[in-house]
Design a protein. Structure first.
Length: 113
């Protein structure tokens, strides 16, 4: 499947626009990640544990969006946008939403379908 943040595909003809597709995920960071992140906040540096959770949430949202597009018969998603939000009483939950437009590309290369 072709995935892009752009609204067009270079050298590809879009034969059908199949509609908006989304993928959502909400994931929590556990107490130990919160503790180590607060230490990192004081001493500086990157929080690899939070980066890992963020990457997992993004991958899950993207995968759900692709599955939605495949059910519509799409072989590409254009105009992809990712939104991130912390939610919950203490803000320890992370929500990631992936949105895009499912399309069917004419004569798409086999390795993209």
């Amino acid at each position: 499947m072709i995935l892009t943040t752009t609204s067009t595909l270079q050298n590809q003809e879009i034969e059908a626009y199949l509609g908006l597709v989304t993928g959502e995920t909400i994931i929590g960071a556990n107490l130990f990640k919160d503790l180590f992140a607060s230490i990192r906040d004081v001493v500086g540096g990157r929080s690899s544990s939070y980066e890992s959770v963020l990457r997992e949430a993004k991958d899950t949202a993207m995968s759900e969006m692709q599955n939605h597009a495949e059910r519509l018969g799409a072989n590409a998603i254009i105009g992809i946008d990712l939104d991130y939000e912390s939610i919950g009483a203490s803000g320890s939950m992370l929500m990631v939403v992936a949105t895009g437009t499912a399309v069917r590309v004419k004569n798409a290369p086999d390795d993209f379908v």
